[in-house]
Design a protein around this ligand. Structure first.
Ligand code: IPM
Ligand code: MG
Length: 373
């Protein structure tokens, strides 16, 4: 069994470096507890890379990623670009290029709810409780990557949305297979009443459905889906959708559970995979030690799953759940007794290493006592 792994680490901008540092700390604890070796190679990406090299994705970074078993990504984005529509080079271009170059066609965004956090949700408890959705977003095609054009003088611009069968089928298969392992319901979100690309998605989905007869396939227009997600999120099991609808729907879904700071994602290709929190670079929080590291840590769980380190993944998942259920969390989730980004990471790392040792009493953490008894 493989025990050595090359991990490319791209901390990026804003709170990216802080939250990724906690994931690295935790991988340290995993190596200790399970005797794996992770070799980390760092690369520049995003605004940080633009400031240092002029390029949001230097070739060297791409090489490091291609040679890795998995990529851990922080966040990118910087206000100096957001407020400047004329900027020729933008941090986001680095992320899009990385997705394309690594062929990361499937972006998986799970949404789970934690009972201790439901009161943080903007929705009512009875609507939210029990929500468990997996969103499969196509990531390397559609309007994001179609031809673009701007004629400044004429005040004219366009972005083309294109799909072909070969870009749709692989992610649809993945989504069906995931539904088979879960509640056996797959919903395609589209705009088939208006868009040709959506009609193609429906056709391909219907054809592929004949190979997965145990899964119920549903279709929903994206405008209705935006409404249904907050009216009755529990009706969804696995969702599959094209690039831009997936971008929008997954941000909407991310607040259902109480904090965007909890949601991880995996971007999977045939040869590469990248793991990153859904949240952005949150520049206002940079350096303050208040960023929630859990989305990055849960992205690390998805990475361990992908690397087939099942026991480590299970242990880390349970450790995160323990931290959340015991309110050992950052200020977004616990304003009365908040813990810092690195305290949360250290707690989870310690839990991995010591929770099965009898001299360590994690119950004491809740009442602010020392954990060593
Ligand atoms: C996301 C982000 C990106 C996207 C941006 C930063 C380009 O919003 O990963 O959802 O639109 O895909
Ligand atoms: Mg987005």
């Amino acid at each position: 069994m493989k025990t050595n792994f090359k991990i490319a680490v791209l901390p990026g901008d804003g709170i990216g470096p802080e939250v990724v540092a906690e994931s690295i700390k935790i991988l340290g604890a995993i190596s200790e507890a399970f005797h794996y070796q992770f070799d980390f190679k760092y690369g520049l990406a995003g605004a940080d890379a633009i400031f240092k090299t002029g390029n949001p994705l230097p070739d060297e970074t791409l090489e490091i990623c291609k040679e890795s078993d998995a990529v851990l990504f922080g966040a990118i984005g910087d206000p100096s670009f957001d407020n400047n529509p004329d900027a020729k080079v933008r941090p986001e271009q680095g992320l899009l290029k990385l997705r394309k170059e690594l062929g990361l066609f499937a972006n998986i965004r799970p949404l789970k709810t934690y009972s201790s956090l439901i009161d943080k949700s903007p929705l009512k408890r009875e609507i939210v409780e029990g929500t468990d959705i997996q969103i499969f977003r196509e990531l390397v095609s559609g309007i994001y990557f179609g031809e673009k054009f701007t004629d400044e003088e004429a005040g004219y611009a366009y972005d083309i949305c294109k799909y072909n069968r070969d870009e749709i089928a692989p992610i649809v298969h993945m989504a069906f297979q995931e539904a088979q392992k879960r509640r056996k319901k797959l919903t395609l979100i589209d705009k088939a009443n208006v868009l040709d690309t959506s009609r193609l998605w429906r056709k391909v989905c219907k054809e592929i459905a004949t190979e997965y007869t145990d899964v119920e396939l549903d279709f929903m227009f994206v405008d209705n889906a935006a409404m249904q997600l907050i009216l009755n999120p529990k009706q969804f099991d696995v969702i599959v959708t094209e690039n831009m609808f997936g971008d929008i729907i997954s941000d909407e879904a991310s607040v259902i559970g109480g904090s965007i700071g909890l949601l991880p994602s995996a971007s999977i290709g045939n040869e590469n995979a990248m793991f990153e929190p859904i949240h952005g670079s949150y520049p206002q929080a940079k350096g303050k030690g208040i960023a929630n590291p859990i989305a990055s840590i849960l992205s690390t769980v998805m990475m361990l799953d992908y690397l087939k380190l099942d026991h480590a993944a299970e242990k880390l998942r349970a450790s995160v759940e323990y931290a959340i259920e015991n309110k050992y969390v950052t200020v977004d989730l616990n304003s009365e007794q908040p813990y810092s980004t690195s305290e949360v990471g250290s707690f989870i790392a310690d839990y991995i290493k010591y929770s099965e040792k009898t001299y360590y009493n994690f119950e004491n953490v809740k009442i602010g006592k020392s954990t060593i008894v």
